[in-house]
Design a protein around this ligand. Structure first.
Ligand code: BGC
Length: 763
């Protein structure tokens, strides 16, 4: 960015002490104000404002906060698959932040859901980097449009809570780029967050806050990030090393000894003054940005009812109809319904930890059902207790009521204590007494609907087998009760889609073998095969696949058209609503490619959520940008689009492909010089190399038939992968001795340069 700093706040005018002071907070949520630099207030985040009215608190940030709209947490937001809707949510969050004079709202969290057990998965979007990145981008764009800055977190590879302050996420270059950093890269490039939050964990052995490669080379150098890097709260171990790496602000503040260490390091020459000045400049820019936003958005207020309505809209769009046999749902407008389970009357709306918001009000599902369906005889039954004690009497009452009713709706799931920041889960099961209750109710009442409340993925196979209809409500924020009623009664036709695979067993998860790591090192051994990429590659059955979600209507896909353009692939498909009610379909595009580098069977490369009226057809165009087709090349250390044939699959989920086609793309120009490690096969693809190999083969007589007779091998096949630098030893010095090899390599590489000059890109 061009520096916004006015003369009033220039780096040069500050003393060394002032400079050091600017790079750590004053207290829990605010920066310091040396020499009149305006203070910046940062508060959690992400799905509502946690504004602590009593001012700043020294007690680990734990203090009562003022009511604010508790919007749906990230897990739900991602299930909308709708960046436009999320941008509106971001705008509303920005208005609320401004109304509390909060300059930076700490979020969104865009870490990949690598393992189902991560206690903070409810605060993250998806197992897929495209979906996470686009939803995250929309969130930041909306938020910042309203004049509040985002803090994109937790950078990077903070994918579990267990030992989050000291464990190292050990990730190979390709999965790091393609899966874990790609989300952050997209949001940084597209939405330009004011700040990025460096995470607690280490990345490949170096703490994120001290990781120069991550914060300076990649984030700033490659992606062009122009904001400030803020540490997660308590993530800085060594202040001077953190500054050197590119962490501009240590949070929370209050540790004046650390400022003195910075001053001392400058004075004894161990910290380059230019490094400090750079961070100070970025902090001045942040303060200036915040001040400009305060001026541009003075006296912001928000309408609680309007925001509650938006929270309900987003929540309704997030609910996933997992199963609906015999069209048990939607419920009719009359009859008797037994509503079972404590979540129906005492809702759970969010997860535990720093993101917890005090809502302005809370919709109770049972009351909302009553309000929307006055002619339905609704009765509430507890059915089970969260404390886990066997409540046979409660179960019996619920079963008897269900038997007499026309339909039973059973609320099941996890409490906030079961999944929260700072801890991971050890399993993904719903408490056994809840399953017992569900089975008993379903045995008494064939029309039983399960409504699931949970932040992280849960074991669904048994639940889905027990009942004809399942609604996945995750955790939906303060208006979730109304949204559940809307969907149960058909006022909202469900269109949520899973943003994370629901496995049959936890042990099926691709990360299972290496989570939670050993001796504080978590080796991301599944590589790029995260989430559905892994389940598909391993051909594992899943309870419900990534992208799954039903509707009260049906959609038919036709006329898939693919056009390769220099910028990517334009995909057109016609989607018809063949049912009798209006609905919304999420058209998903998966891409496959055979040959070349190793890849998952399919990867999400585009999607669009489209409302389609009953009987109508939507002609949907989705462009897959060429860059999104690239893989990370570990030899060249850069993105490369491979040439060849790509399979494009228009799908209703990752395992429900409706139309497929192929398209050919030219690859990127890649210059990989021949070396001693080039193989015989690679040489054969080049005319000069082929001639050299033919010469050797000519002198080689009957090796092929001897090999097959004596050793039972196909010498032709195995020989193809021999590096040419080894031919000499293998042939007792006969083939390609040193001088010949050097000469051959020179000729090969010279001809490649010539060929490139003539515009040939195919090598
Ligand atoms: C969390 C952050 C949060 C910060 C401030 C940390 O423990 O990891 O997400 O923004 O606290 O509450």
């Amino acid at each position: 960015m061009s520096h916004l700093t006015t003369a009033r706040h220039s780096v040069d005018a500050l003393t060394l002490e002032d400079k050091a002071a600017l790079t750590s907070g004053a207290a829990y949520w605010v920066t310091k104000e040396p020499a009149g630099v305006p203070v910046v207030t940062m508060e959690d985040g992400p799905h509502g404002v946690r504004h602590q009215s009593a001012g700043d608190t020294p007690h680990m940030g734990i203090a009562p906060s003022e009511p604010a709209t508790c919007f749906p947490p990230a897990v739900a937001v991602a299930q909308t698959w709708d960046p436009e809707l999320v941008e509106r949510l971001g705008e509303a969050l920005g208005r609320e932040a401004r109304s509390f004079d909060t300059d930076v709202l700490l979020g969104p969290g865009v870490n990949i859901k690598r393992d189902p057990r991560c206690g903070r998965n409810f605060e993250y979007f998806s197992e897929d980097p495209l979906l996470s990145g686009q939803i995250g981008s929309a969130w930041v764009t909306g938020l910042q449009r309203s004049g509040a800055g985002a803090s994109l977190k937790h950078f990077a590879a903070n994918n579990q809570e267990l030992d989050r302050m000291r464990s190292s996420s050990d990730i190979d270059e390709r999965p790091l780029r393609e899966i874990y950093l790609r989300t952050f890269e997209r949001v940084v490039r597209e939405a330009k967050p004011w700040t990025v939050m460096a995470s607690y964990n280490k990345l490949n052995g170096t703490p994120a806050t001290e990781n120069h490669w991550l914060l300076t080379e990649v984030l700033r150098g490659e992606w062009g990030f122009d904001g400030a890097v803020v540490s997660d709260w308590g993530a800085v171990g060594d202040r001077v090393r953190a500054l050197r790496a590119g962490t501009d602000l240590q949070m929370p503040g209050g540790d004046l000894g650390a400022d003195a260490e910075v001053v001392a390091a400058i004075e004894d020459g161990s910290l380059d003054p230019a490094v400090l000045d750079q961070s100070v400049q970025r902090m001045l820019d942040l303060a200036e940005r915040a001040e400009q936003a305060r001026i541009a958005h003075p006296d912001t207020t928000f309408d609680e009812a309007e925001h509650h309505a938006l929270a309900r809209e987003v929540a309704g769009r997030a609910i996933v109809l997992l199963k609906n046999d015999e069209q048990v749902l939607p419920l009719g407008g009359t009859g008797t319904v037994a509503v079972v389970g404590p979540f129906a009357t005492s809702p759970r709306i969010q997860g535990g930890g720093s993101s917890r918001v005090i809502p302005t009000r809370t919709d109770v599902p049972f009351d909302e059902l009553r309000a929307l369906a006055p002619d339905v005889d609704l009765r509430a039954f507890e059915g089970y207790r969260h404390d886990g004690t066997d409540a046979a009497d409660l179960r019996q009452q619920a079963v008897e009521a269900a038997k007499l009713a026309d339909t039973a709706v059973v609320f099941l799931g996890l409490t906030a204590a079961d999944e929260a920041e700072g801890t991971d889960r050890t399993h993904i099961n719903v408490p056994a007494e809840q399953i017992q209750l569900l089975r008993a109710v379903a045995a008494a009442q064939p029309k039983t609907v399960a409504v699931l409340i949970h932040g992280g993925v849960i074991a669904l196979a048994e639940i889905a087998e027990s009942v004809p209809a399942v609604l996945d409500a995750t955790i939906l924020g303060q208006a979730g009760g109304g949204a559940i009623a809307d969907v149960l009664l058909g006022r909202v036709n469900p269109s949520g889609r899973l943003a994370e695979t629901a496995p049959v067993r936890l042990e099926d998860a691709p990360s299972y073998l290496t989570y939670p790591g050993d001796q504080l090192h978590v080796r991301y051994g599944e590589g790029i095969f995260v989430g559905y990429r892994g389940y598909d590659h391993l051909r594992r059955e899943v309870a419900f696949p990534f992208g799954h979600g039903l509707s009260y209507t049906q959609f038919e896909y036709a006329d898939l058209q693919l056009v390769a353009t220099p910028d990517g692939i334009r995909v057109e498909v016609a989607v018809r609503n063949t049912g009798s009610v209006d609905g919304r379909e999420v058209i998903q595009l998966y891409v496959s490619k055979e040959g070349g580098v190793q890849r998952p069977p399919m990867e999400l490369r585009g999607y669009r959520s489209v409302g389609i009226k009953a009987g109508e057809t939507a002609h949907v165009t989705i462009t897959i940008p060429r860059q999104d087709l690239a893989y990370w090349d570990i030899g060249l250390h850069r993105w490369v689009v491979e040439g060849g044939e790509y399979g494009i699959h228009a799908a209703a989920s990752s395992r429900d492909i409706r139309r497929s086609g192929t398209v050919r793309l030219d690859g990127d120009a890649v210059r990989r010089p021949f070396t001693e490690e080039s193989t015989v096969a690679e040489l054969l693809r080049d005319p000069i190399g082929a001639a050299a190999i033919a010469d050797i083969m000519g002198r080689n007589g009957n090796t092929q038939s001897v090999a097959s007779q004596e050793l039972g091998i196909d010498a032709n096949k195995s020989g193809m992968r021999i590096p040419i630098g080894r031919l000499r030893t293998l042939s007792a010095g006969r083939y390609l001795p040193k001088a010949q090899l050097t000469d051959l390599l020179q000729r090969l590489n010279a001809s490649r340069v010539e060929s490139a000059q003539k515009g040939n890109r195919n090598f």
